[in-house]
Write a protein that binds this ligand. Structure first.
Ligand SMILES: Cc1cc2nc3c(=O)[nH]c(=O)nc-3n(C[C@H](O)[C@H](O)[C@H](O)COP(=O)(O)OP(=O)(O)OC[C@H]3O[C@@H](n4cnc5c(N)ncnc54)[C@H](O)[C@@H]3O)c2cc1C
Ligand code: SF4
Length: 419
């Protein structure tokens, strides 16, 4: 009770600091254009339900985003108050609103539109697109290869970042009634050509990235190693409950930080990240790196694995030092292993976090449609195909995927209305 009162006082105090900027830079910096000043104004006067309504109107997965958004790089980075002091804690205010109010306020257009749309992939992009189109009265069918909704959010983002109940609540609050969801269907190129193209008026492709890249080093068959995707999925499903000894994560992105932090939570006595470039080139967000460091993750910069050692079970990893060997674009130097610098490090588990490739199916569709994805409309050439989310983005975040799903839905509506 006392805690609730204190939290409410904190919310009111922080909300009262907001300047309610007219051309709010926080809103501009949000890919999904959440009307931040509007929801903060409501919070300030105690209208928590109203605040949540605004958030959900602009970002249908606003509850999840309040937990996982890199807000320090988006809305909070651009907050006007930054010039006067600490920025308004927008993500925490959004979290408060979404966690403390129920929401079921959608009004679906009752005049159903007699047009059928197919959505491939039920990740944040597909769900957001489906939600928007459903509100407009379209008939929808979703095709998802997994048994669950949510894509990477459900499968891989660790629970210490966003609890399951927050994910479930956002999905429950989506407008998915009357959407036919075909789980366990892996859509192929032939299915797109023969079924989706022939039977639907428009198709949205939101199938995310391809499988994780595999490492190619000696000893890759030893037990005790995982690719990041499988590791995080197994942890979320309870198939890995503890990790003993030393865990080495290879890679330098946000996913590598998640794996290394997860390893510590599973009981690893040391969790070490080996990255082939220097700290300067590491692609992980600063905030993610700092969280990992504060929790005790160690870093071996400029090291590259050459061999996994052990017999049956993994016991150690052989790493080589690397040094810069030229430019490789995007302001990043490339690094190569220096011969004769190998050293052996004890390791009971190795997690490969080498990134994922682009989904080649999108490319196939684009070639068949003789067009590319238009950055504004997200339409592929002048076809009935649209795409969004990780399968087309360079900045892969939940909020970006939601924003693109929403944008594609509006473009599809414009396209279908004009026919
Ligand atoms: C470990 C990890 C941590 C992350 N942490 C964060 C974070 O803290 N904050 C943040 O904002 N973002 C984070 N992200 C990124 C975020 O999860 C993605 O940007 C977002 O999920 C992309 O949504 P999407 O819908 O485009 O793709 P996905 O979430 O990948 O969903 C695609 C869906 O399509 C389905 N699919 C694929 N191919 C087919 C097919 N052929 N047929 C049928 N279905 C298919 C998949 O099963 C999946 O359900 C993280 C990602 C990872 C891997
Ligand atoms: S930029 Fe900062 S001060 Fe201005 S409306 Fe947004 S949160 Fe409030």
């Amino acid at each position: 009770m006392k805690e609730d009162r204190q939290q409410l006082q904190w919310v009111t105090r922080e909300a009262s600091r907001c300047l309610f900027c007219y051309e709010a830079p926080c809103k501009e910096a949000c890919p999904s254009r959440v009307d931040v000043p509007q929801f903060i104004r409501m919070l300030r006067w105690g209208d928590i339900k109203g605040a949540k309504r605004v958030i959900k109107r602009d970002n249908c997965l606003g509850g999840i985003c309040a937990y996982v958004c890199p807000s320090e790089e988006l809305c909070e980075k651009h907050c006007t108050f930054r010039k006067l002091g600490d920025p308004i804690p927008i993500a925490r205010l959004q979290k408060f609103a979404c966690d403390n109010a129920e929401y079921s306020g959608y009004e679906v257009l009752t005049d159903k539109v007699n047009k059928k749309i197919a959505i491939v992939g039920a990740g944040p992009a597909g769900l957001s697109c489906a939600h928007e189109l459903r509100l407009l009265g379209y008939q929808l069918e979703m095709f998802e290869q997994e048994k669950f909704l949510g894509g990477t959010v459900t499968r891989e983002i660790p629970n210490f970042k966003v609890p399951n109940e927050v994910i479930d609540r956002d999905f429950r609050e989506l407008c998915t009634e009357e959407i036919m969801i075909h789980h366990g269907v892996s859509v192929s190129r032939e299915f797109i050509e023969n079924v989706l193209s022939a039977q639907f008026d428009a198709v949205f492709l939101g199938m995310g990235l391809a499988q994780a890249r595999r490492a190619q080093v000696a000893g890759e068959n030893l037990r005790g190693q995982y690719d990041a995707e499988t590791f995080l999925k197994m942890v979320k499903e309870g198939q890995i409950g503890k990790l003993l000894g030393v865990c080495v994560t290879v890679g330098g992105g946000n996913t590598a930080m998640d794996c290394a932090r997860t390893a510590l939570r599973l009981g690893a006595i040391r969790s070490i990240v080996s990255y082939r470039r220097s700290r300067r080139e590491m692609p992980a967000d600063e905030a993610e790196f700092i969280k990992a460091m504060k929790e005790g993750v160690e870093f071996l910069w400029q090291t590259e694995p050459s061999t996994l050692n052990g017999s049956g079970e993994l016991q150690a990893i052989t790493l080589a030092r690397t040094e810069p060997s030229g430019e490789c674009g995007q302001d990043r130097r490339s690094f190569s292993a220096v011969s004769g610098t190998d050293f052996i490090y004890p390791a009971n588990a190795v997690i490969w976090s080498l990134g994922k490739d682009r989904n080649s199916m999108l490319n196939d569709v684009a070639v068949a449609c003789q067009g590319t994805v238009d950055k504004e409309t997200l339409r592929i050439g002048s076809s009935k195909f649209f795409a969004g989310g990780d399968c087309i983005s360079s900045r892969q975040t939940v909020v970006e995927a939601v924003a693109q799903g929403k944008r594609a839905a509006r473009s599809m509506h414009a396209y279908l209305s004009a026919r």
